[in-house]
Design a protein around this ligand. Structure first.
Ligand code: NAI
Ligand code: MG
Length: 360
């Protein structure tokens, strides 16, 4: 039966990059005989223009009923002056909450052909292949936020950091399961020398670890991990951590790889409803110019096949095609060196499709 994929192109470069990912998936259908039913819905600024809401009920409903959600990006200057809960970005928080997307998986892979693209030394980043597993629906971002005054009348702000054992356990268990399919190492990151949620986090890691005797475990404090990521990133396989630490460390890890236009992500939920998207935004500065790099979105589609649809060889094929295209020296503007010829968004999509065709 055809897998139902809710497609949310969004704003700016979103529609352009999503179009290329959908074309790649059409090619996968042809080669492997899989079948996808794409249903497109408005989200973000586009949805605000059409309905007044960043996340219309019909879009949310379609996502809930789908096998997976593929999202481009939302936001842009046109909607910047709206209040927080009416902005395009509110749609992202709404989707995470409503779909129960508690885990954000952000792989940072340095492609051999792009080793010179990072600001770090080649010998430091060459061979990096790590996965940040970030808790996405708990911690300080979802705790109480308030303003009050002290007894002496001074203004005071409070943010609450809370985690339940079960919230920690499900994300830690997922990290171990993912490590089993990779190089079998988990680095758990916390601040257990200071904060109580981190002490509970360590206890849970020690318990879950017993179910995965083959997995090597390292526990690092977050400040050390931030340093290790730039000192020796090759020590990492899977990094698992709470929401805010993961937000910060995953951005840091992304920069090992060169361009933001390369990085895919998956937000995994409790059920079928996982969401896949590039980590970059709507790039208003290059929107409508057909120059955005579609690879992050194409790789997000590969993650969708791998994690939501269990179509492993199909996902492998997309990733291999991207690798070959880069090895051939084909580059969108964000990856090109000065003076090098560049491909447009549609040309890069076509190059990946041609590579897939030639592989089978
Ligand atoms: P951005 O990621 O959109 O752009 C940052 C820089 O990277 C820009 O120079 C852009 O041209 C470049 N860039 C991004 N993606 C690219 C690609 N695929 N190919 C080539 N170059 C690329 O971040 P920015 O400018 O901070 O935000 C723009 C809008 O996007 C804002 O409204 C922001 O809130 C929103 N945003 C949305 C996200 C989402 O939908 N998940 C995530 C991050 C930002
Ligand atoms: Mg962030």
């Amino acid at each position: 039966m055809a897998k139902k994929i809710a497609v949310l192109p969004g704003d700016g470069i979103g529609p352009d990059i999503i179009a290329e990912a959908v074309k790649v998936l059409n090619k996968v259908e042809q080669i492997f005989g899989t079948s996808y039913q794409f249903q497109e819905y408005p989200v973000g600024g586009t949805a605000i223009d059409q309905t007044g809401e960043p996340l219309p009920a019909s879009t949310l409903q379609a996502c809930l009923e789908s096998d997976a959600v593929l999202l481009g990006a939302v936001g842009g200057p046109k909607w910047d002056n709206l209040p927080g809960n009416k902005r395009p970005e509110a749609a992202l928080l709404g989707l995470r909450k409503e779909l129960g997307l508690y885990a954000n998986l952000r792989p940072a892979v340095v492609y051999p052909s792009l080793v010179g693209a990072s600001t770090l030394k080649e010998e430091v980043v060459s061979g990096v292949d790590l996965l940040v597993v970030r808790e996405l629906t708990g911690g300080i971002y979802f705790g109480e936020h308030k303003r009050t005054t002290t007894e002496s009348g001074e203004e005071k702000a409070i943010d609450v950091l809370e985690y339940t054992r079960s919230e920690i356990e499900r994300i830690v268990r997922l990290a171990f399961e993912l490590a089993m399919k990779r190089r079998k190492k988990v680095t758990s990151v916390d601040k257990a020398n200071i904060i109580e949620t981190s002490r509970l986090w360590r206890e849970v890691v020690a318990e879950v670890q017993k179910d995965f005797p083959e997995v090597e475990v390292d526990q690092q404090y977050v400040d050390n991990c931030a340093m290790q990521l730039v000192r020796n990133p090759k020590q990492f396989d899977v990094i698992v951590t709470e929401n805010m630490f993961g937000d910060i460390l995953s951005d840091e890890a992304a920069m090992l790889t060169g361009s933001i236009g390369m990085l895919a992500s998956a937000s995994i939920g409790t059920g079928n409803n996982a969401m896949y998207e590039p980590i970059h935004g709507s790039a208003p500065d290059i929107a409508g110019k057909n120059i955005a790099n579609p690879i992050a979105t194409i790789l997000s589609a590969a993650m969708m096949l791998r994690f939501s649809l269990n179509q492993i060889k199909e996902a492998d094929a997309i990733e291999a095609a991207v690798t070959s295209v880069l090895e051939k020296g084909l580059r969108t503007g964000d990856l090109a060196s000065p003076g090098q010829a560049t491909l447009s968004t549609t040309e890069m999509g076509a190059a990946v499709i041609a590579e897939l065709e030639s592989m089978f």
